[in-house]
Design a protein around this ligand. Sequence first.
Ligand SMILES: N[C@@H](CCC(=O)N[C@@H](CS)C(=O)NCC(=O)O)C(=O)O
Length: 277
Amino acid sequence: MSETYTPPAVWTPPDTTGGRFGAINQPTAGPRFDRALPVGDHDLQLYSLGTPNGQKVSILLEELLEAGHTGAEYDAWLINIMDLDQFSSGFVEVNPNSKIPAMVDRSGEAPVRLFESGSIMLYLAEKFGAFLPASGAARAEVINWLMWQMGSAPFLGGGFGHFYAYAPEKLEYPINRYAMEAKRQMDVLDRQLADHRFIAGADYTIADIAIYPWYGALVEGRAYGDAATFLQADQYTHLKRWADEVGARTAVLRGRRVNQSDPEKGVAERHSPADLD
Ligand SMILES: N[C@@H](CCC(=O)N[C@@H](CS)C(=O)NCC(=O)O)C(=O)O
């Protein structure tokens, strides 16, 4: 690969784009092979992987259970994206976008399919009437921050994380561009948390649950190698104070361990609370 590139008039896919995720990318959507998804005993079936996007949903489910919502019991099945599980016909029926997390709610007459972590979180918060104010300005503020997370994290992960940690070459231009944006995003959160205990105000909500696996992990030094040092994450003291509080919650610690392919990090599948005990 060369440092500079002159795009041809019409793009054609390279043999491989290289880097950590090069092998899984293709310019087309849809299933790549036939395989049905497994279905367990509970109403809620989660198909996921313990990445930050996956953790958002497993943390919320563990929070719901901790708060006494027994209907939130769930089966969590591992979708190993490096093994291309996200391209099975069964998974694509649930999520035509072939990305984790996906979920099916089988509690009603017909199963409800759910994809996009923000959509799944809103659905669960509404279903159980928890971690989301019922109406008005307070509800709007939670949704503001939930949507902020959905829109911002691709610049942190697909932008900064990709070029700093995963791309086959270290290129100064994209690393500068996305380091700038990652720091700006941390400053947005730090300023908000300077005078709010939680992201959307005094209460812990799905906004905190969505943001913690990304930006909490970043300030806690668990994302993209030495990124916390590189980005001087310790400058963001309010963000760190919030991450310490959220990260210590029992349900957060449990939810982070769901659908981990590395046994040192957690369990591949979760079918009952005992799997995490
Ligand atoms: N906006 C989506 C993003 C989901 C996403 O990017 N998932 C990644 C893992 S964190 C994935 O499944 N990648 C597999 C692929 O791109 O083939 C969401 O929040 O649910």
